[in-house]
Design a protein around this ligand. Structure first.
Ligand SMILES: CC(C)(COP(=O)(O)OP(=O)(O)OC[C@H]1O[C@@H](n2cnc3c(N)ncnc32)[C@H](O)[C@@H]1OP(=O)(O)O)[C@@H](O)C(=O)NCCC(=O)NCCS
Length: 194
């Protein structure tokens, strides 16, 4: 795990999607290592902010590059990036404090790298990280972000509520949870059923 700053090396996967490999005859499949590591420096922050400012749902929510820079500067959150061969492929921000301890605040993959398994890798990592210290993983997804809702439902998340006009007027945030059990059973193990 990377809470202490060490990189996690995940399985090597082809950086070209399968269909791309087939299409680009003669292009050698790249099998670079993909790593999830702590967000390190200003270059990382800029690369993350560029992805965020260029992508829905953030674009549709009116988040600018400058706003995004602020999110990634927030040292109270755990901030991770996924990189391969020097290229930043995506990001993850987790909040391990507050009422909804274990809240995935933001996850994103660079537009040209979506649909290749990187989002699922980031989610595997996020859930592993959170379940180490908590029994619940929470996240919010915008009501208009149907692709991401399907992505989370497929990973076993359940809708637990709708927060109307939470971020912007006219749209809701859908609160989702993946749970191993009630929080107090983890915090106070004596309450666990035998
Ligand atoms: C949602 C997201 C993180 C998933 O990452 P990914 O690397 O594309 O995901 P994977 O390749 O591991 O899995 C692909 C699955 O995600 C779904 N998906 C969701 N949004 C997608 C998108 N914009 N492009 C491609 N696939 C997307 C696909 O339908 C696919 O489902 P399938 O396995 O049933 O075919 C990524 O697509 C993304 O950054 N989207 C824009 C930002 C966003 O919506 N973030 C979530 C905010 S709550």
């Amino acid at each position: 795990m990377t809470a202490d700053g060490r990189a996690v090396v995940l399985n090597a996967v082809p950086l070209w999607p399968i269909r791309e490999c087939r299409r680009r005859k003669g292009v050698k499949k790249r099998m670079d290592e993909i790593q999830i590591q702590n967000l390190m420096n200003r270059n990382d922050i800029q690369a993350c902010a560029e992805i965020m400012a260029a992508s829905d749902p953030w674009k549709a929510l009116g988040i600018t590059y400058e706003d995004a820079m602020e999110f990634f500067h927030d040292r109270d959150k755990e901030r991770y990036v996924v990189v391969s061969a020097g290229e930043l492929l995506g990001f993850l921000i987790i909040d391990m404090s507050g009422v909804l301890r274990g809240y995935i605040q933001d996850i994103g993959v660079a537009p040209s790298r979506r649909g290749m398994g990187i989002g699922n890798m980031l989610m595997d990592f996020a859930e592993g990280r959170i379940f180490r210290d908590s029994r619940n993983v929470f996240l919010c997804v915008s009501s208009f972000n149907g692709d991401a809702q399907r992505f989370y439902l497929k990973r076993g998340f359940e809708v637990v509520g709708e927060i109307k006009e939470f971020l912007v007027r006219g749209h809701s945030e859908i609160l989702m949870r993946k749970s191993l059990g009630p929080a107090l059973e983890f915090m106070l193990p004596s309450r666990m059923k035998a």
